[in-house]
Design a protein around this ligand. Structure first.
Ligand code: ADP
Length: 451
């Protein structure tokens, strides 16, 4: 696809939108960057965009923006259902997501990873395995700078590993990753995709352009994901923690292994892996499939798995004080994620939870709290509902804290070996923090001050 001299309207002026606008202008595109909100851009960045000839139109999204436009590029946060896109479709203007631009500009083979949960962990882990095998790797997508910006830094000899959200798949055109992976599919973002069927169809677009020259990695244990194989032209590798497979990665007698073209290659034992939790075994198996297809040997995969402790804010070990390890799982912004975290420990957890309540059912979460948690420290707006729900489920040792500082100090007073302290809030962070990252960082600072 040619961008030179094309009139391109980029919608959404967040980090990603600004970044892709700059990239397209650099390719000779005649770019307008639009946002319905007034966006405050730092002076240096503003000057840089102006130098590239990017026209900025903020504060409205009127149809006049479509005049003469050849392509519309959507930032990941922009829905295809907004009126301007409906109008653009009527005028036969080509609409594409930012990852389509990345794909068009990328010289390197791409590994694209999607799913409801585990994308960041699997993408990062795959990147680590490729780096350990001395490949030139770019890891990106979904967060931070636009993927289209990142891919400019790698040529055909490199590899791009990208985390892809379903929103970005809504408007791809030619996007065809060398390797695609779908980790799992649970109801999420249904508000934007309207129905589960539509959400599934959107995720399946990750392999829609693949042929039998490309590969598709699918979760065998997720029935919905497993059956996607029937609709793919790609070569399939499954991964499973429960079933021995003919093609793909699985666990047998505690050993992770990969089988491909009739040959079986042991990787390492689950017990040797640093990452905690069953869900992370799934992520590791998916990463091993992708790395294997890119020529990484199993010894290298094993070495990475024995060192990789995870991504920041996801059951991240912070420090061990007097035999008690503190974990930051601030990314757990709903009970399902905190359930995954609790399942990762044998028991004896001092759990810090609470924040902005999402008012979802807590029964399953509290049942697990009763089983695994020695002391339950609650804070934030959710503290009353969490306390009473815990009481109803028979949880004892419930403590209310007025701040994160108080929660950490209390945990420190209560905790003794072999207990662990886990921040896994099961809530959003906005009642006390800007976002979950800030919450996690504050927790880590407080923990580090203890030691
Ligand atoms: P994403 O990028 O898709 O949000 P992350 O790797 O950031 O995923 O993990 C976010 C949370 O999702 C984790 O804290 C954990 O609770 C949960 N999770 C991670 N991997 C899986 C998985 N394979 N299956 C189910 N839940 C998972």
């Amino acid at each position: 696809m040619e961008f030179r001299n094309k009139r391109i309207l980029v919608l959404g002026a967040g980090i990603s939108g600004r970044s892709v606008a700059g990239v397209l202008a650099g390719q000779g595109g005649l770019v307008t960057l639009n946002d319905v909100k007034e966006i405050d851009i730092q002076k240096a960045e503003f000057q840089q965009l102006q130098k590239l000839g990017v026209r900025l139109v903020f504060g409205h999204q009127r149809e006049t923006l479509l005049e003469g436009v050849d392509y519309i590029v959507l930032s990941p946060g922009i829905s295809i259902y907004i009126p301007l896109i409906q109008a653009a479709r009527k005028q036969n203007i080509t609409v594409m997501s930012e990852i389509e631009v990345a794909y068009q500009l990328c010289e390197a083979p791409m590994i694209a990873i999607t799913g409801t949960n585990g994308k960041t962990t699997t993408t990062t882990l795959t990147g680590e395995m490729l780096k350990a095998a001395d490949k030139a790797v770019v890891v990106g997508g979904n967060i931070g700078l636009a993927l289209s910006h990142e891919v400019m830094g790698v040529d055909h000899a490199g590899i791009v590993v990208a985390e892809i959200s379903s929103f970005q798949l809504e408007s791809i055109i030619d996007f065809k990753p060398r390797i695609a992976a779908i980790l799992n599919l649970t109801p999420d973002h249904i508000d934007r995709h309207h129905t589960m069927d539509e959400y599934q169809r959107t995720k399946e677009r990750i392999f829609v352009n693949q042929t039998d020259s490309e590969y598709l990695i699918l979760n065998y244990d997720d029935v919905v994901v497993r059956t996607m194989a029937e609709r793919a032209a790609s070569q399939i590798l499954f991964f499973s923690i429960t079933t021995e497979l003919q093609s793909g990665a699985f666990v047998k007698e505690g050993i992770m292994q990969i089988r491909w073209q009739g040959q079986t290659h042991p990787i390492c034992s689950v017990a040797e892996m640093k990452l905690l939790g069953r869900h992370n075994v799934e992520n590791a198996l998916a990463a091993c499939c992708a790395a294997f297809l890119m020529g990484v040997n199993t010894a290298t995969m094993s070495a990475v798995l024995q060192h990789f402790t995870g991504v920041e804010h996801r059951i991240e070990p912070v420090s061990t004080i007097d035999g008690v390890t503190y974990y930051n799982d601030s990314k757990a912004t709903n009970p399902e994620s905190s359930i995954k975290a609790l399942e990762s420990f044998a028991g004896h957890v001092i759990l810090i939870a609470g924040g902005r309540d999402k008012n979802t059912d807590l029964t399953e979460f509290m049942t697990l709290v009763k089983e695994k948690v020695d002391h339950f420290i609650v804070l934030g707006e959710a503290k009353e509902r969490f306390s009473s729900s815990a009481q109803r489920c028979g949880v004892t040792n419930i403590h209310q804290a007025a701040s994160m500082e108080e929660a950490v100090h209390l945990a420190h007073q209560l905790a003794h070996e072999p207990q662990v302290v886990l921040l896994s809030p099961a809530c959003a962070s906005y009642d006390m923090f800007t976002n979950y990252e800030e919450r996690g960082r504050v927790f880590k600072q407080l923990v580090c001050r203890l030691s």
